[in-house]
Design a protein around this ligand. Structure first.
Ligand code: PLP
Length: 357
């Protein structure tokens, strides 16, 4: 296998893939594949209940929250959030720390009034705003933030504690470190980076928010209350992706939970940042502070070298390193499932490439 540095869909833990392969044709003596099972059948009900319980255990989700498994990607949350929570006389507040935060903000503007509570756009999203620089508007419906900026490679180190609901897009760092769920009223994450395959979006929502109905005529499919009432079975849920998410959650538990994930992620990211920091004339990190442990974006002295870097890395089994077009250069996505050996191989490759160029 190659080391897969793509930003998502991303690498999955090898033992998860092996279990999925073993169970693919005959799921636990049922005589059929998980993919073929009715979502109303006992085994699938158990899979969904187990995924919810495992998520609650790993994230230490307190009482008063529901876990939902939805479709439509994190992108659908960009509009579902204002649809459900933004009333006419309120303002939605957004912290702009990257492209996905901006996309979420633009969707809110289509629904009602939206305010930029803080932004690092002027400095090309190279850091996260300081907590004291976040200025929330009057009549705020909620504050939305993006905990990890997949493209720019920055990550919040501390979260605001506010009296208004705080909503977080954690698509690219959920389960990578412990944090206090009670600081948030809604957390969402597309699965395809740290949770499993594309096709399911996890939503953790406080009961305080579930029954708010800001828009009178929302389709049922877009209401959190409907999905919660039906235990994520309002329509056919993405059964196979949830099954894989559950295997990933079990893998995290078997590997020491979020504390261990955080320590391992730090160790992995340090290997790459060390090479960047020790070769400032050759590698320039995009982030100047709040550096992400999940996505490391950096440039080389020119685009030809960057192309050659990506090409040569591929030849030795390091794939998916081309940066996003808005930053350019290189991006190494090193989510939970990236083995330590993958980061060691990348760091060694970077040093060797620097020597020969
Ligand atoms: N939010 C963040 C932070 C992301 O990284 C991404 C995708 O990369 C998205 C949202 C969009 O997710 P989806 O493709 O599931 O809609």
């Amino acid at each position: 296998k190659v080391f897969n540095f793509y930003p998502g869909p991303a690498t999955l833990p090898q033992p998860v893939l092996e279990t999925a392969r073993t169970e693919l044709l005959n799921y636990r003596d049922s005589g059929m594949s998980v993919m073929e099972m009715s979502h109303r059948s006992k085994p699938i009900e158990n899979v969904i209940a187990s995924a919810e319980a495992n998520l609650k255990e790993l994230l230490k989700i307190p009482e008063g929250y529901r876990v939902l498994f939805l479709q439509g990607g994190a992108t659908s949350q960009f509009f579902m959030i204002p649809f459900n929570f933004l009333t006419k006389d309120q303002t939605a507040n957004y912290v702009l720390t990257g492209s996905f935060a901006e996309k979420a903000y633009k969707e809110a503007l289509k629904t009602g009034s939206a305010h930029t509570a803080a932004s690092t756009k002027e400095e090309k999203f190279r850091s996260i705003p300081k907590l004291e620089d976040i200025s929330v508007s009057d009549n705020a419906a909620y504050l939305h933030l993006t905990s990890n900026n997949t493209i720019y490679g920055t990550q919040w180190q501390q979260f605001p504690q506010l009296s208004i609901p705080v909503v977080a897009d954690m698509s690219s760092d959920i389960l990578s470190r412990p944090f206090d769920v009670s600081n948030f009223d809604l957390i969402y994450a597309g699965a395809q980076k740290n949770l499993g395959p594309a096709g399911v979006t996890v939503v953790i929502i406080s009961e305080k928010l579930i029954n708010i109905s800001a828009q009178a005529k929302l389709p049922d499919m877009l209401k959190y209350s409907v999905h919660a009432e039906k235990d994520s079975m309002f329509n056919t849920p993405p059964t196979f992706p949830v099954y894989i998410v559950n295997l990933v959650l079990e893998w995290i538990k078997e590997n020491g939970g979020l504390e261990k994930m955080a320590a391992r992620n730090q160790e992995k990211a340090d290997m790459v940042y060390q090479v960047i920091d020790q070769n400032p004339d050759f590698y320039q990190g995009h982030a100047i502070s709040d550096r992400s442990l999940m996505n490391i974006s950096f440039r080389l002295p020119n685009e030809d070298l960057e192309k050659e870097f990506v090409h040569s890395a591929e030849k030795v089994g390091l794939v998916g390193l081309k940066g996003h077009r808005s930053v350019g250069g290189i991006r190494a996505s090193i989510y939970n499932a990236m083995p330590v050996e993958g980061c060691a191989a990348l760091a060694a490759f970077m040093l060797a490439f620097r020597k020969t160029h």
